[in-house]
Design a protein around this ligand. Structure first.
Ligand SMILES: Nc1ncnc2c1ncn2[C@@H]1O[C@H](COP(=O)(O)OP(=O)(O)OP(=O)(O)O)[C@@H](O)[C@H]1O
Length: 263
């Protein structure tokens, strides 16, 4: 469904240019859940924005469903980490979700409202359609943002640290909710996360990036089956083995990094 080929990107120009991506290539198949991890500041968000067509690479290309991406596509939605800035505070939760359908020309207003209510119910917020985001907890607001991402009916959902700002218990619940939604809506997902355990728990594959200038270091298949469980999956010896390999790679890059690059 998505193929990144030799993506390179620098910020700035000349001697002061900061080289971020340095020839990133990988593919994501329809229905896959792929996590991307890497050392702090290696360019995970830059990569995700490039995959979304929101930022152009200096060289290389992104192909989505066989066509080179030259800008944002209706087939790709992004859920950002900072839900407090990505939701409109003056719109109800339902209207925030309906906004995700802005480019849907087939559903009328009534159809969009009905679909918006369905999606809020799917993320466990059926009683909160007419509330405003600021009346909800952080975890609930992020669920509204996820419902909006799903509302666009995009085939590919890009998730940039969507659970970074919620507490640990909510985070575990949201991981399971996201996995459940991805399966129910046959959603292909790419998740950027700092959390190695989360990356392995959620994904069919984990793409591990090097430090800057960034390349793909490992592309690891998480052969744990589709059904995950917060207790048994995390205790599975294969889970622990994969987590070990990913963590060891990231720590190796941290050990090589100048102190100024350690966040
Ligand atoms: N628009 C920009 N202009 C200049 N530099 C930028 C820009 N966006 C990001 N950077 C720099 O590029 C580097 C990579 O940033 P990016 O946010 O892509 O990395 P990241 O891996 O997502 O970071 P983190 O681990 O902190 O989430 C950082 O040093 C950042 O300061």
């Amino acid at each position: 469904m998505l193929h990144a080929e030799g993506l390179a990107k620098a910020y700035g120009s000349g001697a002061g240019a900061l080289k971020i991506l340095d020839g990133i290539s990988f593919s994501v198949k329809k229905g896959e859940f792929v996590s991307i991890v890497g050392p702090s500041g290696c360019g995970k968000t830059t990569l995700l924005m490039t995959l979304a067509g929101l930022q152009r690479p200096d060289s290389g290309s992104v192909s989505f469903k066989g066509k080179v991406l030259n800008g944002p596509s209706t087939g790709i939605a992004v859920v950002f980490q900072d839900y407090s800035r990505s939701l409109f505070p003056w719109k109800s939760n339902l209207d925030n979700v309906v906004f995700g359908m802005v480019r849907n020309a087939t559903l009328g207003r009534a159809g969009k409202l009905a679909r918006g209510r369905e999606l809020l119910a799917a993320v466990g917020l059926d009683g909160f359609a007419d509330h405003f985001p600021w009346q909800l907890s952080g975890g609930m607001q992020q669920r509204v943002a996820i419902a909006r991402g799903l509302a666009s009916q995009s085939e590919l959902l890009l998730l940039d640290e969507p659970l970074a700002a919620v507490d640990a218990q909510t985070r575990a619940d949201m991981q399971d909710l996201l996995l459940d939604l991805a399966e129910r809506f046959h959603q292909t997902c790419i998740l950027v996360t700092h959390d190695v355990e989360e990356a392995v728990y959620m994904a069919d594959r984990v793409v591990v990036l090097t430090r800057r200038p960034t390349r793909v270091d490992h592309d690891i298949v998480v052969d744990l089956g589709k059904k995950r469980d917060q207790i048994t999956t995390r205790e599975d010896p294969r889970f622990l083995e994969i987590r070990h390999d990913v963590m060891a790679a990231i720590r190796r890059f941290r050990a090589q990094a100048p102190v100024s690059e350690m966040a």
